[in-house]
Design a protein around this ligand. Structure first.
Ligand code: AHM
Ligand code: MG
Length: 336
């Protein structure tokens, strides 16, 4: 019965009692969950309001924004503002840091988010999602000092994503495991469906945009070629391939049944350092995957240790089952 399942609020208050999670963080997560419910509702009805098309603007990455990208960003900003402890926001859709406080104290939060990930899937009715990451400042910083938001992923105290698919889900970590909630139609509550998700150590599924094969570096090429060689190849087993075009969906599948997700740096994207953004795509997913017992690497180093130098910085991403990530790292080491 859905009503027997813990609600998000009950879960968060349990985290407060057992792990000392701050009450302001509990409220902040509830506000983020509200933004996700509103975005989910808007997407389901988007076709009636012509919201699935382009908004005729471009974001900081030079990509055309969909109306729903802009709407989702506004929902995130509007709800997060409610928390008086949030010093600043970094959004994929906004070029500059958004400062919310007049003075920033040690212990205040910075929230990083991609309000609508995978939005090229919107017009074809495939799943999309939102990704967020929360860092707690160890020291006071000057308002407007944009360099002070450049924090490595190891400083995250919380990360999560929501998927707007057949069900609307919310997956979060507060540093004590990874937990999945489903939005219950009717009561509107997010209710827990999986506590302490674990990424299986071994798997036989990989996820990569194979249309970029010609641009890949040798270590990535070697890894994928070994996978598709099947039983007669060095892996002695068949691999399956999945690529959804929405990182949230691919990572959710890996959290559920294992596998590895790659968006490597390659000949075509080397100038920009990869495709996915470090602080609001790679870092939150890396924390979730590590918290679930998997591994998260650039191919050469742990993602969470990368120190950002600009707010929309990109990073190569290899995430998933530990055995597969280790193997890809080994291939990179052999190259040097
Ligand atoms: P977005 O934030 O602009 O939607 O871009 C990120 C998305 C990821 O969700 C997905 O894994 C990747 O871009 C897909 O890239 P590609 O178009 O190369 O398949
Ligand atoms: Mg994105």
């Amino acid at each position: 019965m859905p009503y027997d399942r813990q609600t998000l609020r009950q879960f968060l208050l349990q985290q407060y009692r057992t792990h000392g999670v701050e009450k302001d963080l509990v409220f902040l997560l509830e506000d983020i969950a509200t933004a996700c419910r509103e975005i989910s509702f808007a997407i389901r009805n988007g076709a009636f309001f012509g919201q699935l098309g382009s908004a005729d603007t471009t974001n900081v990455q030079g990509e055309t924004q969909k109306e729903l990208d802009v709407f989702a960003n506004d929902q995130f900003v509007g709800h997060i503002r409610n928390c008086s402890r949030v010093a600043a926001l970094v959004s994929e859709e906004v070029e500059e840091v958004i400062w919310l406080k007049d003075t920033v104290a040690a212990g205040d939060y910075i929230v990083y988010f991609d309000p609508l990930d995978g939005s090229s899937n919107l017009d074809v009715n495939l799943s999309v999602g939102s990704i967020f990451s929360i860092v707690q400042l160890p020291e006071a910083v000057e308002v407007g000092d944009d360099k002070s938001v450049l924090r490595p992923g190891t400083e995250q105290i919380c990360a999560g994503y929501s998927i707007y698919g057949p069900a609307t889900t919310l997956v979060v970590t507060l540093g004590h495991g990874v937990h999945e909630f489903v939005n219950h139609l009717g009561t509107g509550e997010f209710r827990i469906v999986s506590g302490n998700m674990r990424v299986p150590e071994d798997s036989n599924e990989f996820s990569i945009n194979a249309s970029r094969y010609g641009d890949w570096d040798q270590p990535v090429r070697q890894y994928i070629e070994e996978c598709i060689a099947g039983e007669s190849g060095p892996r002695c087993k068949r691999f399956n391939m999945r690529w959804s075009g929405s990182m949230v969906v691919d990572i959710h599948r890996i959290l559920t049944r294992g596998g590895v997700f790659l968006y490597p740096v390659d000949q075509a994207n080397r100038g920009s350092g990869g495709k996915l953004r470090l602080m609001y795509e790679a870092n939150p997913m890396a924390l979730l995957i590590e918290q679930a017992g998997g591994a998260a690497s650039t191919g050469e180093a742990r993602i969470l240790d990368v120190v950002p130098t600009s707010i929309h910085e990109r990073a190569p991403v290899v995430l998933g089952s530990r055995t597969e990530v280790d193997r890809i790292e080994q291939h990179h080491r052999k190259e040097h």
